[in-house]
Design a protein. Structure first.
Ligand SMILES: Cc1cc2nc3c(=O)[nH]c(=O)nc-3n(C[C@H](O)[C@H](O)[C@H](O)COP(=O)(O)O)c2cc1C
Length: 183
């Protein structure tokens, strides 16, 4: 099968990683894949913050979990507790995509998928992490945005956890009923 199609069909969300760091080559290719993302009118309304520093990754995870605790959102807390102590599942690198004022979250979504597919094609695992947004709506939000070098006025769009997979997961089931083909 065509290699790109296979990468798309075989990608799945990985929720457990080894401690093996990414090589410089892997880091460089992920950066290139992120920057290759298309955007409306080529506005490139984003900033990519690649974080391999585990203390910083843990700080974002804790801030997000804190928001859920303060909101009494036991459903999310229970789901996360059953999965991993960290929102980012022990990933070697987390990419935070922040968006310029007024930018569409579609732009962040396309970048996230570029990263997820690039990771898969490099033999790495990934998981898109939307729950991390809770970190930026809590009291630590402004300090975290600054720590992650979000440009002035940019807001969290989405994040992607990437690393060497410690678990395996099959792709989700496709539902042909969700397709209409005319002509
Ligand atoms: C916008 C978006 C946000 C997501 N946020 C999370 C998240 O916070 N935590 C998580 O474990 N998975 C998250 N996921 C992964 C989805 O749960 C996953 O894509 C879905 O269950 C389908 O499984 P698959 O990716 O293995 O095909 C997110 C996916 C998307 C597209």
């Amino acid at each position: 099968m065509n290699e790109t199609i296979r990468t798309i069909l075989e990608r799945a969300s990985i929720r457990g990683f080894t401690a093996t760091p990414l090589t410089q080559d892997e880091r460089d290719l992920l950066v290139r894949a992120a920057l290759a993302t298309p955007s409306g009118m080529d506005a490139q309304p984003w900033h990519f913050t690649f974080v391999a520093d585990q203390t910083t990754i843990a700080a974002v995870s804790e801030a997000a979990l804190d928001t859920f605790r303060r909101a009494g959102n036991q459903t999310v807390l229970d789901r996360m507790a059953a999965r991993h102590p960290s929102l980012f599942y022990g990933a070697a690198v987390v990419v935070f995509i922040s968006l310029a004022p007024g930018a569409s979250s579609i732009e962040a979504g396309i970048a996230a998928q570029n990263l997820a597919l690039a990771a898969r094609s490099l033999g790495l695992g990934s998981c898109i992490i939307g729950l991390a947004g809770a970190a930026f709506s809590g009291p630590d939000g402004p300090a975290l945005s600054e720590r992650l070098d979000f440009p002035e006025g940019y807001v969290f769009g989405i994040s992607v956890a990437i690393g060497h997979p410690a678990v395996d997961k099959a792709p989700h089931a496709s539902d042909p009923a969700k397709v209409t083909w005319i002509g």
